[in-house]
Design a protein around this ligand. Structure first.
Ligand code: HEC
Length: 134
């Protein structure tokens, strides 16, 4: 009986955590869809993550991986300041992608720096779907 209670407690805690994580992502994906995006494609998100874009010197080649690295479970390193960045993968960093405002702010700033423009709602959906799987 005790074991059963412990097991159900663990199960409930876990499903709550999964729910808490997904609420933020689901909200954003829903917002993007209402603005015209279709379902997020993780594969397209991964390609965009690693794609290199031209930029002004000294950072003539830019990608999301320039700061966050290609492997999202690793710590990142800011290309300009050298500052360490927490891993983006939710599997190793439970704080990742848990705040709508933070995600929105950094999407805007980082897309502009990397692509030279803001990301489209489709690109943001794809990238969020990709990161969320890491
Ligand atoms: C020049 C360095 C740099 C580049 C390039 C960069 N980022 Fe970031 N990014 C940051 C920093 C710094 C933060 C804030 C980290 C923190 O405070 O934990 C961040 C945070 C984020 C966050 C918020 C994470 C969260 O947990 O809420 C997202 C999403 C993100 N970046 C996406 C991207 C995408 C997509 C690209 C490519 C288009 C990209 N970043 C390129 C530096 C960069």
């Amino acid at each position: 009986m005790k074991i059963l209670i412990i097991i159900s407690a663990v199960l409930i805690t876990h499903s709550n955590m999964a729910l808490a994580e997904n609420t933020v992502i689901n909200k954003l994906l829903g917002d993007y869809q209402s603005q015209g995006a279709s379902t997020g494609q993780a594969l397209a998100g991964e390609q965009l993550w690693n794609q290199t874009f031209a930029g002004k010197p000294p950072f003539t080649k830019r990608s999301c991986a320039s700061c966050h690295t290609r492997k999202l479970s690793n710590e990142g390193k800011h290309a300009r300041t050298g500052k360490a960045l927490k891993p983006m993968a939710p599997s190793v960093n439970p704080q990742s992608l848990t705040d709508v405002k933070k995600i929105t702010k950094w999407f805007k700033r980082n897309c502009k720096w990397t692509l030279g423009r803001e990301c489209t709602v489709q690109e943001k959906s794809d990238i969020l779907s990709f990161i969320n799987q890491q």
